[in-house]
Design a protein around this ligand. Structure first.
Ligand SMILES: CNc1ncnc2c1ncn2[C@@H]1O[C@H](COP(=O)(O)OP(=O)(O)OP(=O)(O)O)[C@@H](O)[C@H]1O
Length: 134
């Protein structure tokens, strides 16, 4: 039995590159990842996705430009919480990605994703995401 906790994860993309952020503190520190975090009480998942992206990268994206591309469930040994992660992508957004207290953003070519410095599961599902088959 797990307790589910909702999280968001947003990837900005164009035809050749994806924006990742190097996490500067807390959970997943020193790993490259998309932008996201916990969905707060009284907040919709999509509003949380927009808020976390802005807090972590200063980029603003409109609801209509966020595409729901996946759903990931992570559990950790000895932890009764399941991370229920809703994944989005966007290619239309406002503002330039900017370093914040939490994340340092950088564009990566699809052929140069730094999997050695990411969560170990990412190498399994990123290829499906990048091919656009999920
Ligand atoms: C295990 N393999 C994984 N692979 C890829 N991504 C993963 C992940 N496990 C967690 N994630 C993501 O990491 C972020 C953590 O969010 P996290 O920083 O804890 O949330 P939030 O900003 O609300 O926290 P604080 O306000 O700092 O407490 C969140 O987007 C979540 O989807």
């Amino acid at each position: 039995m797990y307790f589910r906790k909702l999280y968001t994860l947003v990837f900005l993309r164009n035809d050749t590159h994806i924006l990742l952020g190097l996490k500067k503190r807390g959970f997943g520190v020193d790993k490259w990842n998309g932008f996201g975090g916990k969905v707060e009480i009284n907040e919709t998942i999509i509003d949380a996705a927009i808020r976390e992206l802005k807090e972590e990268s200063c980029v603003v994206v409109k609801k209509c430009n966020l595409k729901n591309i996946g759903h990931l469930e992570f559990t950790f040994e000895g932890d009764p919480t399941m991370m229920d992660v809703r994944v989005y992508s966007a290619s239309i957004f406002e503002g330039a990605p900017t370093e914040t207290d939490e994340m340092s953003p950088k564009w990566f070519a699809y052929t140069e994703i730094p999997f050695q410095d990411m969560w170990p599961d990412d190498i399994i599902w990123f290829p499906f995401m990048l091919k656009g088959s999920c």
